[in-house]
Design a protein around this ligand. Structure first.
Ligand code: MN
Length: 357
């Protein structure tokens, strides 16, 4: 049996408990997550979306908005290149929905896990060129794609990277040197000179910051961004981000909105999994809904998950939600079978050994 011990970091838990109306044990648990001063505790307990930092603090967001607005005016073709996991699919959805909303000619490409591998690849740049693409926007990938982005630049394309992965580096005599791709704009809070206070965001939320600034620049009402909050929450949980700071606020607010989401695909996915009555928790997102969106990255093409999120009719959404739920269930069943087979094999080996010894 596991033994749970409450770690001891010092603070006056009784006083904190009294001030915030919480049990001193809760106060202690919060303190153990390195949430320290009163303002941090208040945000941890009662933070709202209004408290999320301004997207303009994120390096290159304004630059990217300007590039996009000009390209949209010139009716240039934009291609979003995402990733096949849940964060990659949700990021792609946020960008395509946002870009189309402001009148862009945009399409998407989610690399196929088997045929393309992770993220952007040289053959995707060639395809983009053949398709007459002028701007590539990456999401949940791109920061490590130096060669591919250099190739796109060589072909005269404009490249905007949105990503949340660590910046690649090489060790030199003078210490560690970061390697940035030669993109026109790089939006990634992990850049050392990025002033955005929250560094732990998932790729979808980084994409959402860019769309927030783009909507503002194009005069789109702020309330239209509301629909993205539950998606940001799903990607944050699905990509297993640290649930502190902005992530905590996003997940808390997003989960609240999820049960009455206006996204038809999500609504049907919730229904297909029997979660339409009652509260949807991080557990449901992490272990029920998330894997349905992720399942397509493993067994089928992620395009189906993206289609689900983009679905415009209930019929289409219900069909896709049913397919994705069934795919996830069959994957779970085959994993179970595999496990059974393994343990049977192991037992047999053990008994074989008993016979031979
Ligand atoms: Mn990610």
């Amino acid at each position: 049996m596991e033994r749970w011990v409450v770690a001891a970091k010092r603070a006056d838990f009784a006083a904190i408990g009294k001030e915030f109306g919480i049990d001193p044990v809760i106060a202690r648990l919060i303190r153990n997550r390195n949430v320290q001063d009163k303002e941090e505790i208040r945000r941890y307990l009662h933070g709202t979306v209004e408290e999320l930092a301004s997207p303009h603090l994120m390096k290159d967001v304004d630059k990217a908005v300007e590039i996009l607005r000009n390209k949209i005016k010139e009716k240039k073709q934009i291609r979003i290149i995402g990733d096949y996991d849940i964060d990659g699919v949700v990021s792609t959805f946020i960008l395509i929905k946002g870009l189309k909303r402001v009148g862009a000619y945009a399409d998407t490409y989610i690399p196929d896990r088997v045929a393309d591998g992770y993220g952007i690849h040289e053959h995707l740049i060639e395809r983009a060129e053949a398709d007459g693409i002028d701007v590539i926007v990456t999401c949940d990938n791109g920061i490590a794609a130096y060669n591919e982005i250099a190739m796109a630049k060589g072909k005269g394309m404009t490249v905007i990277v949105t990503d949340h992965h660590e910046i690649p580096y090489k060790e030199t005599e003078n210490g560690r040197e970061l390697i940035f791709p030669p993109a026109d704009a790089i939006i990634n809070p992990k850049q050392p000179d990025c002033k955005y206070p929250e560094k732990r965001l998932c790729g979808a939320v980084v994409a959402l910051k860019l769309m927030t600034a783009l909507y503002e620049a194009c005069g789109i009402p702020e309330r239209e961004l509301e629909d993205f909050i539950e998606l940001g929450a799903i990607a944050t949980v699905g990509d297993v981000m640290d649930l502190q700071g902005e992530n905590r606020i996003l997940v808390k607010e997003g989960l609240k909105r999820l049960s009455r989401t206006s996204n038809k695909g999500l609504r049907e996915l919730i229904r297909a999994n029997g979660l339409e009555d009652g509260e949807i928790t991080a557990y449901h997102v992490g272990f029920v809904l998330g894997p349905c969106i992720n399942a397509s990255g493993r067994l089928d093409t992620a395009a189906r998950s993206l289609k689900l999120l983009c679905a415009e009719t209930e019929e289409e959404a219900a069909k896709l939600a049913g397919d994705l739920t069934a795919l996830n269930q069959s994957r779970k069943a085959s994993q179970k079978r595999e496990k059974k087979k393994q343990s049977a094999l192991w037992k047999r080996q053990k008994s074989d050994r008993t016979v031979f010894l």
